[in-house]
Design a protein around this ligand. Sequence first.
Ligand code: PEP
Length: 249
Amino acid sequence: MGRKFFVGGNWKCNGTTEEVKKIVSMLNGAEVPSGDIVEVVVSPPFVFLPLVKNSLRPEFHVAAQNCWVKKGGAFTGEVSAEMLVNLEIPWVILGHSERRLILNEANEFVGDKVAYALSQGLKVIACIGETLEQRESGSTMDVVAAQTKAIAARVSNWANVVLAYEPVWAIGTGKVATPAQAQEVHCELRKWLKANVSDEVAATTRIIYGGSVNGGNCKELAGQPDVDGFLVGGASLKPEFVDIIKSAT
Ligand code: PEP
């Protein structure tokens, strides 16, 4: 079974109502490959999710940027998976490096979040990736394997998981991984899934790349055999996001 190309746009903590409406109208007017070829999911801040969901073209979907690790309740400031499901938000991004590093989300905590979100019926973009220091010390694969292991230990059904390899040194820095660097890690991750989960999960799980992807570098990255799409930050707020979607073909 082929892996459908996946392009996610992570808007992070950006935007006003007016700016959000402008991005939606740009996306709604864009000519892009059909939904059979590419799956597009944009992730606005929580407060704009209903606006974006209700105004975005129907073949594009929305994701939250986080959700609470278990059932909602007395957790001030958190948003639960149940609430996202109630609002018919289909996707959630979990384990983004900004949350792992700034908010100290540990591998096990991210794994618990992924498992809980899946149990509630959400689809998950699960982020993993090494810091520059870890890459330079030669521990990239150990780091991403440990992050993936914490997810695999808690998840039995991978059908609704997209794995986003996002090297921390490439996020928001303009220093994109080379196509060879991305391919190397994606290929190793697929081998890890084969050895530790199953042949089927390794063959079918989409592994997408994130970190300074833009309209200029997307095509070559997309040409790598184990790069099944992108998670895009900065460029997802700009018209070049459409070029990134088009790199699916
Ligand atoms: C991200 O934050 O997920 C990301 C990939 O950011 P950027 O594209 O801006 O590097």
